[in-house]
Design a protein around this ligand. Structure first.
Ligand code: TYD
Length: 205
């Protein structure tokens, strides 16, 4: 079963994932992330740091996704493992939908086309939602913020996330990022545990 965790920068994904590592350890999930830890992921981070052309950056994120699927996600799912990914395709649909404005006529359609036919749809996606001002406080005043970490962009990205979630309600679970961290992680772990148990009972002959 494939579970993805999404949200704007500063939404608390990292803390949630580190709690899930403890709460779900008996299920031996495969924890992973995009951009990934392959050489392609390194190139993505370089493109982001050097503020590469937005189309170039989007294509690299797509290449990273392909590498992620073939090296990790597909083999793990084939073995019936629970895969939990920190960011996945919806990050492209939300962030690159915004960064590609002015470069491509209909960025979302272009991005969906880029993934069509080979991506794997997550079974469950948790979207953490919170006020952008709060997210920026959490990110803090780092000396060199990634170019994604600015107020206007994150507002738009969060709007895109919410529109995507509305269009696919059976997959998305919205999480109020202002709630207590323990409450959030306990709830998310419970939903994952139930869904994974159901998916396993469906797999049995
Ligand atoms: P990352 O270093 O993983 O940051 P975070 O810890 O916030 O997840 O990701 C770097 C940035 O890349 C982050 O601001 C979100 C952005 N991003 C995209 O724009 N598109 C994508 O497809 C992905 C996976 C990430």
């Amino acid at each position: 079963m494939l579970v993805t965790i999404e949200g704007i920068d500063g939404s608390g994904k990292s803390s949630l994932i580190s709690s899930l590592q403890t709460l779900l350890c008996d299920l031996s999930p495969v924890f992973t992330r995009e951009p990934g830890s392959t050489w392609v992921g390194d190139q993505v981070r370089r493109a982001v740091a050097e503020r590469a052309d937005p189309v170039c950056e989007a294509l690299l994120f797509g290449a990273d996704h392909a590498a992620h699927l073939s090296t990790l996600v597909r083999p793990a799912l084939k073995h019936g493992r629970l895969v939990i990914s920190d960011r996945y395709s919806d990050s492209r649909y939300a962030y690159q939908q915004e960064t590609l404005k002015g470069y491509i006529d209909d960025p979302l359609a272009w991005l969906q086309e880029l993934h069509a036919g080979w991506t794997i749809r997550p079974d469950l996606t948790f979207l953490i939602v919170l006020p952008v001002d709060e997210a920026l406080v959490r990110i803090g005043e780092k000396q060199s913020r990634e170019h994604f970490e600015n107020h206007n962009l994150l507002e738009k990205v969060q709007e895109h996330y919410l529109t995507i979630a509305e269009s696919d309600p059976s997959r998305f679970v919205l999480i109020d990022g202002m709630k207590d961290q323990k409450e959030i992680s306990g709830f998310v772990a419970g939903v994952i545990r139930d869904s994974f148990a159901r998916s396993r009972s469906h797999r049995r002959p």
